[in-house]
Design a protein around this ligand. Structure first.
Ligand code: ADP
Ligand code: ASP
Ligand code: MG
Length: 421
């Protein structure tokens, strides 16, 4: 038994711990909460740029790297900031210590570089809070597999560490401190007209995150929704209080109701088309099965109406799908192997690696018609050609040439009048 005090989780992202003075600034925010009577679990990211550097070192050393060693290397950035944050707090006379994932232990699956939480046992940390520690500083983004190897949670994973701790320890709130002061109608770095939202519904944030808005990792929003964590995004560079930032919450808590609440983009997409695939029952499964087995993340899919072309005995179809641009080689290999074994046949595989995905999201779409028409009209007015379309209950996504991505985001932001409250 620890935690007789109310508890907060405070997460600081890479830019918020980018150097020693920023760590001090973050620690001062933690101190304020301790003085208000909270015990605090602080989750830290690596210093900004560090994880990219570590990934680069791994790839240069071993292009087809062992994923277990990848995780051993890329998880290390968070160990440094956790220790430095604990030291900084100690210098401020706050009893604090650092925790690497395995020390908690944060138990995850063994899916290296994309591990998921299995359990966060409270006993070790509760015992330390009971001894008088006020702050536990946890290295974000990492855990330990059943085999005892270090794992990581996928890029941006410290957000998910924060929400998982908030759920496991029943925290009053999970505050995600970052380099913007909340969630905006679109990335404020792309559109100067982006407007900060006071609140956003879990479902909308989930869509925005999964469609590319990297302000929160998708999985963190899923967990917050499932465990009813009060999740807030706010700036580590400004003075903040209980009302700052953006609260991610249930849709009933939200007054504002617009059809579209945000625009998201994902820059690094690729479109692949299998030309003249022999069409028969089971063909989709013969294509997407091997892609899944190869670990390729297929997103949008379009199958053309089947036709019987001159010179072909049976009907053929074209199958188009989108994948992250860095998975094109893997996808091509999977398709070529499937063709070699005879499980599929096609004439040609066409790749377009200069595309981006732009999406509009809003729970209001459930009950409003005409959103797609408005979206397509706005893109047409800017002469942006749409290559693939995908829709679901609360989002519409289009694949377009990457060079039009920013233009498209701005045009859609204007078309749905997102700058107005
Ligand atoms: P951290 O290092 O703190 O985890 P990230 O870089 O992962 O920060 O996420 C914050 C960034 O997310 C912002 O700097 C912003 O450019 C980007 N972003 C994308 N979409 C949005 C949005 N809708 N609202 C706010 N920020 C967004
Ligand atoms: N440092 C890790 C990354 O850059 C995790 C995080 O910052 O959330 O992906
Ligand atoms: Mg992040």
């Amino acid at each position: 038994m620890g935690g007789t005090m109310p508890l907060l989780v405070m997460k600081f992202g890479g830019t918020s711990v980018a150097d020693l003075s920023r760590i001090k600034n973050a620690a001062a925010k933690v101190k304020t909460e301790v003085e208000r009577g909270y015990d605090v679990i602080v989750i830290v990211s690596a210093m900004s740029g560090k994880t990219n550097e570590l990934v680069g070192w791994v790839e240069s050393t071993s292009p087809l790297y062992d994923a277990r060693e990848y995780d051993a290397v890329v998880s290390s950035g968070e160990n440094v900031t956790a220790g430095l944050m604990a030291l900084t707090l100690q210098e401020m006379d706050i009893p604090a210590r650092s925790w690497q994932g395995w020390q908690v232990p944060i138990q995850t699956t063994s899916a290296h570089a994309a591990a998921r939480f299995v359990d966060i046992p409270r006993a070790n940390m509760d015992a330390k809070f009971a001894e008088g520690f006020k702050v536990a500083v946890v290295a974000g983004f990492q855990g330990v597999s059943p085999e005892g190897r270090i794992t990581t949670l996928g890029r941006g994973g410290s957000d998910t560490t924060a929400v998982a701790f908030a759920a496991a320890f029943g925290a009053e709130r999970c505050d995600i401190y970052t380099d913007v002061d909340g969630v905006y109608t679109t990335d404020p770095r792309i559109s100067p007209k982006a407007r900060k939202l006071d609140k956003i519904a879990f479902e909308e944030m989930l869509e925005l995150a999964s469609l590319g808005a990297k302000v929160l990792q998708t999985r963190s929003v899923e967990l917050a929704m499932r465990y009813k964590v009060r999740l807030r995004v706010l700036s580590s560079f400004e003075d903040t209080d209980e009302t700052s930032g953006t609260l991610v919450c249930d849709e009933d808590e939200i007054m504002e109701s617009k059809v579209v609440s945000g625009v998201a983009y994902s820059r690094d997409e690729a479109k692949m088309t299998l030309i003249r695939v022999a069409d028969r029952p089971g063909v989709a499964s013969a294509i997407f099965g091997p892609l899944a087995e190869a670990g390729v993340n297929v997103d949008m899919i379009v199958q053309n109406i089947s036709e019987t072309a001159a010179g072909h005995s049976g009907a053929t179809t074209d199958m188009t799908f989108s994948v992250p641009v860095n998975q094109v080689a893997r996808a091509r290999k999977a398709m070529e192997e499937a063709r070699a074994t005879g499980s599929i046949s096609y004439d040609e595989l066409v790749e377009d690696t200069d595309v981006a995905k732009v999406s509009v999201v809003g729970i209001g779409m459930r009950s409003q018609v005409g959103v797609a028409a408005r979206m397509f009209a706005a893109l047409a007015a800017e002469n942006v050609n749409i290559k693939v379309i995908a829709t679901s209950e609360i989002k519409i996504s289009v694949l377009i040439d990457r060079k039009y991505m920013e233009l498209a985001v701005q045009a859609l932001h204007d078309a749905f009048e997102l700058e107005k409250a």
